[in-house]
Write a protein that binds this ligand. Sequence first.
Ligand SMILES: [Zn+2]
Length: 368
Amino acid sequence: MGRIFGIQFRIHYSWFIIFVLITVSLSWQYFPYTYPEWSKPTYWLTGTATSLLFFTSVVAHELAHSLVGRANGISVKSITLFLFGGVAHMTREATRHGAEFRMALAGPLASLVIGGLFFLLHLLLQSVSEPVAALAFWLAQINVVLAIFNLIPGFPLDGGRIFRSLLWRFTGNYQRATRIAVEVGRGVGYLFVAGGIVLMFLYPGSWFNGLWLAFIGLFLTYVATASYRQAQWQAALQRIRVAYVMTTTCPVISPYMTISRVVQDYIFVSGHRCFMVTGGGELQGILTLRNIQSVDRKNWDTASVGDVMTAAERLKVIQLDEEVLSVIEQMEEHGIDQMPVVSEGRIIGLVTRDDIMRLLYTRSRLGI
Ligand SMILES: [Zn+2]
């Protein structure tokens, strides 16, 4: 959708569902029920404006996380709006508990401040325009609800992150703090599911709220589990250096070779997975299996290595003694799949996403 403060904004298609749901329920139910004397267009105009401002509030919440994160050395690449609200994508987790604490707290604080401002607006405009005052009142409420919901101590909700940063501070153990926070997060998720089911059966009138609560609970348990896996592989890669995962046996090929020749002469015969493309002694680019996969098989006879490779100017190089975790972060940040390894000014090998995946797979098979 664009950039604010250099942070990319994206909208997941599921967001449109919730946008329509909120707009319809406001314009069709909430406003007509609370203010029966308005005209029909007023309901829909106010409903749509309220819904749009609600999502602006969600963006402001995520932006608060991102800007405080950035001030604390955590770069945020993008913010995505989706079914359950917003999520900020960080390229790395906080390395200090103080940074995590401040970053996590910034969002709910922003929501509380926005809620307060809308309440003020509601008070000021009460006698001026009823629809605007009603809009401000609903937004004041929802922002406070947003702040409170996010403060629930289930990881990876903001409250869970605050909880983890405190555990981390008092135990001094990041892994253990994460594990406890994730377990609590899963517990909170199951409580939501149970609460939702109870609501559905005890109060059939609010079956939709119950269903919604149960869905949020399922989602929470899912993200808690996913973030635990991420923490686990991050731990598995801790202190492993590039030299350990890089491939040094990348054959040198010409950019004019066709893809089908590369496949027949190299990949079938010797199982090579990466190639240095040089012309006139200069490195022109790098070819990996992922590059080849991007070409339709029927075009293998005509596509040349030069067409398909990742060109040298698009490559970012890494040093031999860099940590693999920082390589993954750089790959995420720049959206790339391979990085050449440089030592004393010369390219001596290549690290690909596949190399790192294989290492993780091996380690998980061995349980280390
Ligand atoms: Zn938040």
